[in-house]
Design a protein around this ligand. Sequence first.
Ligand SMILES: *[C@@H]1O[C@H](CO)[C@@H](O)[C@H](O)[C@H]1NC(C)=O
Ligand SMILES: *[C@@H]1O[C@H](CO)[C@@H](O)[C@H](O)[C@H]1NC(C)=O
Ligand SMILES: *[C@@H]1O[C@H](CO)[C@@H](O)[C@H](O)[C@H]1NC(C)=O
Ligand SMILES: *[C@@H]1O[C@H](CO)[C@@H](O)[C@H](O)[C@H]1NC(C)=O
Ligand SMILES: *[C@@H]1O[C@H](CO)[C@@H](O)[C@H](O)[C@H]1NC(C)=O
Ligand SMILES: *[C@@H]1O[C@H](CO)[C@@H](O)[C@H](O)[C@H]1NC(C)=O
Ligand SMILES: *[C@@H]1O[C@H](CO)[C@@H](O)[C@H](O)[C@H]1NC(C)=O
Length: 349
Amino acid sequence: MKPKNATILWLALGLLALAPCIYQYMCLQHTSLNPLKQRGNSYGWHRNVSILLWHWPFNRPYSLQGDVCLNMYSIPHCHITDNRSCFDQADVVVFHHHELKRASQKLPLHLHRPPAQKWVWLSLEPPAVNKNLSRYNHLFNWTMSYRQDADIFMPYGRMIPRRTNQSFVIPWNRSCLASWVVSNYNRHHQRSQVYHNLRKHIPIKVYGSANRRPLAKRALLPTIARCHFYLAFENSISRDYITEKLWRNAFQAGTVPVVLGPPRSNYETFVPRDSFIHVDDFSSTKELASFLKRLAANRTHYESYFKWHEEYAVHVPSDWRERLCHICKYYTELPPFNVYHDLQGWAEQ
Ligand SMILES: *[C@@H]1O[C@H](CO)[C@@H](O)[C@H](O)[C@H]1NC(C)=O
Ligand SMILES: *[C@@H]1O[C@H](CO)[C@@H](O)[C@H](O)[C@H]1NC(C)=O
Ligand SMILES: *[C@@H]1O[C@H](CO)[C@@H](O)[C@H](O)[C@H]1NC(C)=O
Ligand SMILES: *[C@@H]1O[C@H](CO)[C@@H](O)[C@H](O)[C@H]1NC(C)=O
Ligand SMILES: *[C@@H]1O[C@H](CO)[C@@H](O)[C@H](O)[C@H]1NC(C)=O
Ligand SMILES: *[C@@H]1O[C@H](CO)[C@@H](O)[C@H](O)[C@H]1NC(C)=O
Ligand SMILES: *[C@@H]1O[C@H](CO)[C@@H](O)[C@H](O)[C@H]1NC(C)=O
């Protein structure tokens, strides 16, 4: 063999031997942690958790450049990738149900699953939308949902302690009584019936594509803020299903929510009891309407619905990256061995 060929051969063999390392490096490249930021880790060793997102929810990708979980959410040792070549290295693989359901994405059933790898079924939709899950039985190890009994509980929003020096001014000069933003109108929804009964007694400003008055994202909260009350009516009534209609539209706009959804006791596991008005608190919509009118005219009483602002602020996850990084926060507490043999039964509960 000529010396030149031998060199090439050795080079090739060398590369081949290094391949797993290069591969590992590419998959875990986001792990290059800034040593300064690792301080505070007293025992100096942490398992890195790597999460593979198989496809982006609703086909809307976000950048995963750099150590996203550490830089954006201060969650260390947590690496997210959407590179499917990293399947073998992933501790967790996350599948968003919407795309599986529409068959625009498929589960990688042909790949060999590393024995400790967890498959996560992710959906923030209520049971009425996620029907017919039996074909996903025996496949997933963990669930991730707005439900409190999911392995990874991912609410649409939550109350966090307010920093003491943050101030909140209660807006008082409002120009309307109540508003409702609705994009998906269905007259058979319970909420539509309540709305129609309510508007016989009080004026309600209705926005959204259903009413051909769509609001730009920028205009949403300022518009809602003009009214005393916001109708945070869920389109599907199920346990724990409390969406951004409450967290963002009502609370973040700085108005008082009138909620329709699961029972009051369920809401109270998420938010203080004096932060909202529940439709079920009244025996008729007429009674509800007259209560709202009286409340809007009584500043002391109305302001009592804002008392929680002294202690809490509302946090709404910014995007899917934040939700994924949160898996790492719970990772060590989650069941190491688990299979959802009856995902369908679980989802319907
Ligand atoms: C995905 O990972 C593979 C293997 O580590 C690497 O070769 C490839 O360049 C990566 N793709 C992207 C888009 O980063
Ligand atoms: C975690 O990743 C960082 C950066 O890649 C690495 O320095 C560290 O050794 C890893 N930790 C473990 C326990 O593998
Ligand atoms: C449920 O899925 C099966 C096949 O996977 C299908 O035959 C059936 O029609 C579906 N039922 C509903 C209610 O969508
Ligand atoms: C509140 O305190 C934090 C740190 O203690 C500071 O960064 C922030 O600017 C303060 N905010 C106000 C409104 O004073
Ligand atoms: C309330 O009054 C202030 C000052 O008078 C004004 O700047 C603000 O736009 C008013 N807000 C509403 C919702 O009318
Ligand atoms: C206003 O509300 C307060 C507290 O709920 C109540 O004590 C007061 O009597 C009310 N005022 C009027 C004029 O209804
Ligand atoms: C995850 O679920 C799969 C599919 O049922 C199962 O074979 C595997 O043992 C489970 N893994 C763990 C770690 O629970």
